[in-house]
Design a protein around this ligand. Structure first.
Ligand code: PPS
Length: 330
């Protein structure tokens, strides 16, 4: 183990506990810079910022929680590994493992650290291209080695109303029954309108990555969940181009892009035993099946009145004003 890695984690815990707390959605949050973080991920995020050594060949998948991360992980894994794992292979890793096991969250790697197997060793062992996921805002990555590495970043953004509804269902499933009183949706809604969401405010998170994608389109790709749903095949081809591994004429003729889409589809993923029965989480354990709920656009309808929806849309547009991004126009 590299000298001092364990000591450093203790220092980050102490530092994180000195940051202001704020009320979260069922869990306490800490404020750092302009963003709020789930309190249990604050120290790991600081450790990641300082210790993670990015490589130019890395691919970082950046999302707000509940924006389609699991789907993006599967798609990017299938696209980049298709040379060794054909997407129609019955033994494809995505048919045996959760996308979260194949594409780890950096935050979780630094949270789960083990003295005999620290994140640095685990990361060094990953063959290129390493595909890693983060929920951290871009401004935090800029303080890390990611800035200099010029690795590729794929950002996936989702209608905030659907992300909120998805998250509300998720925390309801994930929380141990005895942990805290459940959070009524109207209360979660009010907090969300005040910017309270893990790694939020959501509008600042989106705006930072959007700005970077405009400045460096070859290195930062900005995707929308709604577009991915509407044209999955076209988006997968764009992803492959962006990642420097476009589908060849032969692959297109052989239906490889379609096979990637089918492999990563909600129905297929939900059917995989690891996604059905497996578990995830460190302090809160939850079933992997919680990552596959409905996957619909506009499911906010189920819990929000038209007035609530208008309020979120107006808040988001107002906050995004001047950023060049509009979820209504773009
Ligand atoms: S997490 O916890 O941040 O990793 O969750 P995340 O994966 O970002 O979001 C979960 C939502 O994504 C939906 N999902 C999918 N949609 C389309 N296709 C596929 N394959 C897929 N897999 C997961 C999932 O159902 C969650 O959305 P909701 O609205 O809750 O159904």
């Amino acid at each position: 183990m590299p000298m001092g890695e364990e000591d450093a984690f203790a220092t980050y815990e102490a530092l994180a506990s000195s940051f202001p707390t704020c009320r979260g959605l069922r869990r306490p949050y800490r404020k750092y810079g302009n963003f709020i973080y789930p309190a249990h991920l604050m120290a790991p995020t600081l450790a990641m910022r300082d210790a993670f050594v990015a490589r130019p060949t890395d691919v970082l998948l950046a999302t707000m929680p509940k924006s389609g991360t699991t789907w993006l992980k599967a798609l990017v894994f299938a696209v980049t590994h298709r040379g060794c794992h054909a997407p129609d292979d019955e033994r494809h890793p995505l048919l045996c493992s959760s996308p979260h096991d194949l594409v780890p969250f950096l935050h979780t790697l630094y949270q789960n650290h083990h003295p005999e197997y620290p994140p640095s060793s685990c990361l060094e062992e990953m063959p290129p291209p390493r595909i890693l996921a983060v929920h951290a805002p871009f401004s935090l990555l800029q303080e890390s080695s990611v800035a200099e590495s010029r690795c590729r970043i794929v950002y996936l953004c989702r209608d905030p109303k659907d992300a909120l509804v998805s998250f509300w269902h998720f925390i309801d499933k994930a929380a141990p029954p005895s942990s805290t009183a459940s959070l009524a949706f109207p209360e979660a809604f009010e907090l969300f309108c005040d910017g309270v969401f893990p790694f939020g405010p959501i509008w600042d998170h989106m705006a930072e990555y959007w700005k970077e994608s405009v400045a460096r389109p070859d290195e930062v790709m900005f995707l929308r969940y709604e577009h991915l749903k509407e044209d999955t095949l076209g988006s997968v081809k764009q992803l492959a181009e962006f990642l420097g591994c476009p589908f060849t004429v032969e692959e297109v003729a052989g239906g490889v892009p379609e096979a990637v889409v089918a492999l990563c589809s909600m129905d297929q993923m939900r059917d995989v035993r690891a996604n059905r029965d497996g578990e995830h989480g460190v302090s809160w354990k939850f079933k992997n099946s919680a990552f596959f709920r409905k996957g619909e656009v506009g499911d906010w309808n189920e819990l929000m009145t038209p007035e609530m929806a208008r309020r979120i849309d107006a808040t988001v547009e107002e906050k995004l004003r001047g950023s060049g991004l509009s979820l209504i126009r773009n």
